[in-house]
Design a protein around this ligand. Structure first.
Ligand code: NAD
Length: 495
């Protein structure tokens, strides 16, 4: 059996029988006995049957996580020992990269090569980063006060809830869960109902790595049922939600009713500001790469392209040529650069936006629209390039598909104003060879992240988060994210 056949057979084995909830170290059915299916976005075919968890299952999972927090020793073991287990978990993720990449590609539709080259190795890096960081952190920090012996101690919060979206299921799981586990918390994870497979595989690997039972729990199920039950559970000590602003608000309200601190990582309408001193070819290639990554289903991608009027025509021509040259195809085929979007619902959403944008008078440089991939009856979309007024719906709302919108500008101030006119604040980029200008402009763009001469840049140790409609609560990926998962307790003894 060659390597690929081995992976295919392991994946088949994993998906063969209905997948159960992972609670307290056991695989269990949903209390309702209900199930649901997930579909391969590249073919529309069902790929797995899963337990449809609801409020009762969430409650059981939270109890299991609480029990593990209190009794398993995870919360109290020296951080170096916990880090060893998390590093072992990272090793197992790395060992099973091919299986996880295949699962992620099938579930999300994304090209398998991209999952193998980015989603999975990046997640290995995330677990290693937080494991190593937590091992080095001194739990006690003395206060220098007169007449008292006083210090602050870092302690884990307890049970942390996580709700994830479907675009980068495994990578986002790592961003969320790795720092929480490294700090000694226990977790209950509710993956997106469209893409729950790698979260369940993760629970299996956590057990193999020696993470005690009940530290990692995964409840698959619907948003309005399992998701809502987790957000409003009174015994959650911290909540983290990644998804749309609409649902984020509901989660924040539910958490507020229990005074549960919540991190919200939400949508975006990122901009790229392209000045007229750039290498137009390179900038166009970079931005087409950004808007077609994951079929445009990337929260922080640049979907508004602000291009200096002197180079607009050349830039548009290059971008259109680049978009036309991209290979749209099934995620499992090596040559595919753009896979399908995640579901029929998502495809209709994107096509609906294209229609509305045209009705509102957008310039159509490349029309995009539905794509047929022979032999694969999935949810494929061609990239589109529109442009025109900043008032157009495609310039204002998050489309979450391979659709970019071009606007031109005359000077720096106009560009900054246009970028900052969006209610979102996740990520923008500045493209120029003038480094002083790059620095100046990047700091004036109101968002959690500004990138220079690149877009979608993620580094372990560099905080990534959003402001305004794109989120609140501290973000992910930085050293400060680990701090977010410790509660600080002051201890004072008069001398
Ligand atoms: P979504 O908000 O529809 O769903 C996200 C998750 O919330 C899913 O697990 C869903 O089941 C759950 N959910 C739905 N209703 C719920 C409810 N009432 N209570 C609790 N949970 C509920 O988002 P989506 O369509 O899965 O993902 C796309 C969105 O996510 C986009 O807006 C995108 O920009 C955003 N996103 C943000 C980031 C970031 O880091 N800022 C990363 C990825 C995606």
């Amino acid at each position: 059996m060659n390597m690929m056949e081995k992976v295919t057979s392991e994946v088949r084995g994993f998906l063969a029988s209905p997948l159960k909830l992972a609670i307290g170290g056991k695989q269990v059915d949903a209390k309702s006995s209900g199930t649901f299916r997930t579909f391969d976005p590249g073919t529309g075919e069902p790929i797995a049957t899963l337990a449809d968890g609801g409020a009762e299952d969430i409650d059981i999972a939270v109890k299991a996580a609480r029990e593990a927090f209190n009794k398993s020793g995870w919360a109290t073991m020296p951080s170096k020992d916990r880090a060893k287990i998390i590093n072992k978990l990272a090793d197992l993720i790395e060992r099973d990269t091919a299986i996880l990449g295949e699962l992620e590609s099938k579930d999300v539709g994304k090209p398998r090569e991209q999952a193998l080259a980015f989603d999975i190795p990046h997640t290995v890096g995330t677990f290693r980063y937080y494991a190593d960081l937590s091992a080095e952190i001194e739990p006690r920090v003395p206060f220098n006060v007169e007449g008292s012996d006083a210090w602050s101690v870092r302690l884990p919060y307890g049970v942390c809830g996580f709700i994830f979206p479907w675009n980068f299921p495994f990578l986002l799981l790592g961003w969320g869960v790795a720092p929480a586990l490294a700090a000694g918390n226990t977790v209950v994870i509710k993956p997106a109902e469209e893409t729950p497979l790698t979260a369940l595989y993760f629970a299996k690997l956590a057990a193999e790595a020696g993470v005690p039972d009940g530290v990692v729990n995964v409840v698959t199920g619907g948003g309005a049922t399992a998701g809502a039950a987790l957000a409003k559970h009174p015994d959650i000590n911290r909540m983290s939600f990644t998804g749309s602003p609409e649902v984020g608000k509901m989660v924040a309200e539910a958490c507020a009713s229990n005074l549960t601190p919540a991190k919200l990582e939400l949508g975006g309408k990122g901009a790229a500001v392209v000045f007229d001193d750039v290498d137009v070819d390179q900038a166009a290639k970079g931005l087409v790469g950004a808007i077609t990554l994951n079929a445009g289903q990337v929260c922080c991608t640049a979907s508004r392209w602000l291009v200096h009027e002197n180079i607009a025509e050349e830039f548009i021509n290059k971008a259109v040529a680049e978009m036309k040259g991209m290979k749209i195809g099934y995620g499992g085929e090596e040559a595919s650069q753009i896979g399908p979007v995640v579901s029929e619902k998502q495809r209709s959403r994107v096509l609906g936006y294209l229609e509305r944008a045209a009705k509102e008078g957008a310039e159509i440089y490349l029309a995009g629209g539905e794509e047929k991939v022979p032999g694969h009856d999935g949810f494929y979309i061609k990239p589109a390039l529109l442009g025109g007024s900043p008032e157009n719906i495609a310039a204002r709302e998050e489309i979450f598909g391979p659709v970019a919108y071009i606007m031109t500008f005359k000077d720096e101030d106009e560009a900054i104003e246009l970028v900052n006119s969006s209610p979102y604040g996740l990520a923008n980029s500045v493209w120029t060879t003038d480094l002083d200008r790059a620095k100046r402009v990047s700091e004036k763009l109101v968002a959690g992240n500004s990138w220079i001469n690149g877009h979608n840049l993620f580094n372990h140790g560099v905080s990534y988060g959003g402001c305004n409609l794109s989120g609140c609560g501290g973000g992910v990926l930085g050293a400060d994210t680990l701090e977010d998962y410790y509660r600080r307790q002051s201890v004072v003894r008069p001398l």
